[in-house]
Design a protein around this ligand. Structure first.
Ligand SMILES: Nc1ncnc2c1ncn2[C@@H]1O[C@H](COP(=O)(O)OP(=O)(O)OP(=O)(O)O)[C@@H](O)[C@H]1O
Length: 310
């Protein structure tokens, strides 16, 4: 998003968000196609204030498309998006002061120097934390005098994050923000994100394939599949409810084991693995006894869940 997108309405016209009652974001029946390719279908999504949301989905699932639609950067074909309680028709207005966005790639203003770019951007925002921007530049070893066009991809991503966090946004939207960051920078980035979240009512939505980062942030997980958000649930809830049921049967499996409610079943040699939500222990023991199999119940990692469900 270029700085020129940011300001079109006078300040002071937005009603304050009642964090207790109103979601930051409310999407109803969102439709988005590129020519004949339908990417988002009847997508409903409600995002409460004060949470970190990790948006997961396979390559091409539509994560970037969804994030761009949410911010009014890509036109939608149907449905509605309310942001801070008001319909999102086009980017601009006071609410853009309350949103930080880190796009997947950042290749704007290659001729500008890092420091000049941040000064230029600061002028568009009602709030800009100059001290925080300076500290992050120093911590992340970004040279204020270097031209943006001369930065590496990872350095550009860091700059995009500084630019998004410095306005002290109420909603921070990041599209694969850590893809080009080394592990050290990823940790530092997550620490900044969590520090930002300590203020009440702040919301972060970020897409990533790095499930370990979502675990570190104790994020709510939103899964985008088949053009819709399949669920948005706290990670702890997913951990508690989804189980890997591992059955071991000497001599192998003539037929895969059948369990009502199993979401996925894989058989390899003597082992069968079933993904089950809220398993009923009596049914599992009955299945194991019927099949004359050993039974083990494991809590899947988020990566396991992502591989199985996405
Ligand atoms: N400008 C465009 N014109 C045509 N098709 C597009 C355009 N942008 C995205 N698409 C298509 O929309 C689908 C979703 O793309 P999108 O970039 O939103 O997926 P994604 O989930 O962010 O993928 P990744 O994880 O690989 O970044 C893809 O099939 C892609 O080819």
């Amino acid at each position: 998003m270029s700085a020129s997108h940011l300001v079109t309405e006078p300040l002071g016209t937005m009603p304050a968000l009642d964090a207790a009652t109103q979601p930051v974001l409310q999407v109803r029946g969102l439709e988005k196609s590129f020519k004949k390719r339908q990417v988002l279908r009847a997508l409903d999504w409600s995002v409460p204030a004060g949470r970190v949301i990790g948006l997961l989905g396979r390559n091409g699932a539509g994560k970037t498309t969804l994030l761009r639609c949410l911010l009014g950067l890509s036109p939608i074909d149907g449905g509605s998006i309310d942001l801070f309680g008001q319909p999102m028709i086009e980017p601009g207005g006071e609410r853009m002061h309350r949103i930080g966005f880190v796009p997947q790639t950042f290749d704007l203003f290659p001729w500008m120097k890092v420091g000049a770019y941040l000064d230029f951007t600061a002028a568009f925002y009602a709030r800009w934390n100059t001290g925080l921007a300076a500290r992050l530049l120093a911590d992340w070893e970004l040279d204020a005098k270097q031209k943006i066009g001369e930065l590496s991809q990872g350095q550009r991503q860091k700059l995009a994050i500084v630019r998004a966090i410095a306005p002290d946004p109420d909603l921070l939207v990041l599209d694969e923000p850590v893809a080009s960051l080394d592990p050290q920078a990823r940790r530092a980035f997550m620490a900044e994100l969590l520090a930002l979240m300590r203020a009440p009512g702040k919301t972060v939505i970020f897409s990533t394939h790095i499930t370990a980062d979502l675990e570190r942030a104790d994020a709510d997980i939103a899964l985008l599949r088949d053009g819709s958000i399949q669920f948005t649930r706290p990670l702890a809830d997913l951990r508690e409810r989804f189980k890997r049921v591992v059955l071991h049967r000497a001599g192998g499996w003539p037929h895969p084991p059948v369990l009502a409610g199993a979401l996925k079943t894989h058989v390899q040699d003597e082992q069968a693995v079933l993904l089950v939500e809220d398993p009923v222990m009596d049914s599992l023991h009955a299945l194991a006894a019927r099949e004359n199999a050993g039974l083990r119940i494991e809590t899947p990692t988020l990566e396991d869940l992502f591989v199985e469900l996405a």
